[in-house]
Design a protein around this ligand. Structure first.
Ligand code: NAP
Ligand code: MN
Length: 265
């Protein structure tokens, strides 16, 4: 039997949509397990972009295609509306969809308590625990680039370019491109401190190495997709493309730039 996982956030609309969808899927001979089934063929995520990101992280970026039903606010990753359930099941059974492959970013943190690895679909952000400016030595590939001073550094994937990256003045990137974007948060640019004030765009084979100026003094927050992790005594943060690919179901009329227009303008 074909299994489909359904996850939902806590809103009434999401929970009602889940109940209805479960009934409809079972009528079409699918099984909807109570717990996460690793052998399911699809994960349906009901909520906003935040619930989709949370589900990905909770199940450690499983190699199963996802589709989102938007009951949240923006729903950039979400392909369907709660009214589309019958249409969705009809098209899904006929295989009338495409799978969009989204790259993720990996961050490896070396701190006083050891090594920690994080994955972000949108981004990984590095910022100070306190409100004071932080100072980070940044290298790209083997070259030292700058001593950054400001609030922090955000490393965005193409999929995340429309999220926090965009609010910081970063560029919107077509997700078919293979690149990482390094965007500063409130960079200082004075005679005392000199930092790049625009985003830097890197090819997929270059990694970014960040060495905090003074490890140990203050903690750093490592934030993949808005999930905060505090680390003390950070010596190094290494960022590069991760081997995890997120697969998103998209239907015939999906077009990235139409989505950008409908959500942003
Ligand atoms: P949130 O505070 O609800 O997110 C802020 C907004 O970003 C929401 O409207 C969310 O959509 C939207 N969003 C998430 N991923 C997106 C994407 N790839 N493209 C376009 N919009 C996107 O928190 P959340 O829902 O947990 O989302 C986490 C993300 O929020 C983080 O990965 C980060 O990129 C972003 N964020 C943005 C800011 C900022 O712009 N100043 C600050 C913090 C975090 P929904 O309404 O559908 O949830
Ligand atoms: Mn949200």
């Amino acid at each position: 039997m074909r299994k489909i996982n359904i996850f939902t956030n806590d809103t009434v609309l999401s929970k009602d949509t889940k109940k209805l969808l479960k009934r409809k899927l079972e009528k079409s001979d699918f099984i909807v397990p109570r717990e996460f089934a690793p052998d399911a063929e699809l994960v349906i995520c009901i909520g906003g972009d935040g619930s989709f990101l949370e589900t990905l992280h909770r199940f450690n970026f499983p190699d199963i295609p996802f589709i989102g039903i938007n009951t949240g606010h923006l729903g950039f990753f979400q392909e369907l509306h709660p009214d589309d359930l019958d249409e969705f099941i009809f098209r899904y059974k006929q295989g009338r969809y495409e799978i969009q492959h989204l790259k993720t970013v990996k961050g490896v943190v070396t701190a006083s308590d050891g090594r920690h690895e994080y994955i972000g679909l949108n981004e990984i952000l590095i910022k100070g625990e306190k409100s004071r400016a932080i100072h980070l030595n940044i290298s790209i590939g083997d070259s030292f680039i700058e001593r950054f001073s400001g609030d922090g550094i955000l490393v965005s994937t193409p999929a995340g370019s429309t999220a926090y990256n965009y609010s910081l003045g970063g560029s919107i990137v077509d997700p078919r491109l293979n690149l990482l974007q390094v965007t500063p948060l409130a960079p200082m640019n004075t005679t005392a401190y000199r930092s790049f004030t625009s985003s830097i765009i890197l090819p997929p084979d270059l990694s970014i190495r960040i060495n905090p100026e003074s490890s140990g003094e203050e903690g750093l927050l490592i934030v993949p997709d808005s999930m905060e992790h505090l680390h003390e005594g950070v010596e190094e943060i290494y960022l590069e493309f991760s081997p995890f690919i997120v697969k998103l179901l998209r239907f015939e009329n999906y077009d990235f730039w139409s989505k950008v227009k409908s959500k942003f303008l």
